[in-house]
Write a protein that binds this ligand. Structure first.
Ligand code: SAM
Length: 249
């Protein structure tokens, strides 16, 4: 199914994206594991190593979904805190979809962690200027309608010296890997979505949105255009995913 997002009004795209995530929210973690064969956990771990959380820092995890990145951010800052002291870090999970936030709220997993959940749109973040030390968005930017506007918002809410990290599916630069990956994603993922979540069409949409997302260099240019400095990216698993980063200076 091709929703033809390029041809429909932005407001409608937003509601369709919301619909997709309403449909998948409860099975989201299970599907994530099945789709990437667990590798998304490794990509998030690599991302957090690069983020390098420190005691007392504030993280905003935009499109944070069930909040696993936010939890690990605080735990990693706590490891540093045990050695060097300092205040706890805290994290705010911001997601447009309340179902997603509810699915992620888990008293046991959140115990002892300073996590707040806020329903909000990446394009108009509900935070003051110069608020956060770090902002992450993992597998979320692809679904944002007005990406330049979201990137400007990320810049606005970061403190001077703050850092941005965007983890997203990308395009393997090597042709052979690209072809294998294309075959896998178009043939296997929608079927898995049908089997595990009973929702083949939503996963078909996810595959197509990955294909339409800009490649590494053009996306790095968009991050630069929003004002970020020292912009770069690293490919994960041959470019199946990429981490873009930049600093507000
Ligand atoms: N970050 C989580 C992770 O890596 O597991 C969740 C990723 S999930 C694929 C994408 C998330 O983006 C969903 O929770 C969805 O509700 C959220 N989302 C989509 N459009 C958004 C927007 N404009 N603003 C904020 N969140 C959005």
């Amino acid at each position: 199914i091709d929703f033809g997002f390029e041809d429909i009004p932005a407001s409608e795209k937003q509601s369709r994206v919301r619909g997709v995530f309403d449909a998948v929210a409860p099975k989201y973690d299970l599907m994530n594991d099945a789709m990437s064969m667990g590798v998304h956990r490794v990509w998030k771990e690599l991302t957090l190593t690069k983020v390098n959380p420190q005691p007392g820092e504030v993280l905003i995890d935009v499109a944070g979904g069930t909040g696993d990145l936010a939890r690990t951010f605080i735990k990693k800052a706590d490891e540093v805190r045990k050695r060097r002291g300092g205040p706890s870090a805290r994290a705010i999970v911001c997601d447009i979809n309340a179902e997603m936030l509810i699915a992620g709220t888990d008293a046991r997993r959140d115990a002892g962690l300073d996590i707040t959940r806020v329903c909000g749109n990446a394009e108009s973040l509900p935070f003051a200027d110069n608020y956060a030390d770090a902002l992450t968005i993992s597998f979320g930017i692809r679904n944002v309608t007005d990406r330049p506007q979201a990137l400007r918002e990320f810049y606005r809410v970061l403190k001077p010296g703050g850092r941005l990290f965007i983890l997203e599916f990308s395009t393997p630069p090597a042709k052979v890997l690209r072809e294998i990956y294309d075959a896998y994603s178009f043939a296997v993922i929608p079927r898995l979505g049908g089997l595990l979540a009973g929702d083949k069409e939503s996963y078909q949409y996810l595959v197509e949105s990955i294909r339409r997302f800009p490649r590494q260099e053009p996306f790095a240019d968009m991050v630069r255009d929003a004002g970020f400095a020292r912009v770069g990216y690293e490919d994960y698993t041959g470019g199946i995913a990429a981490l873009h980063y930049g600093w507000k200076i």
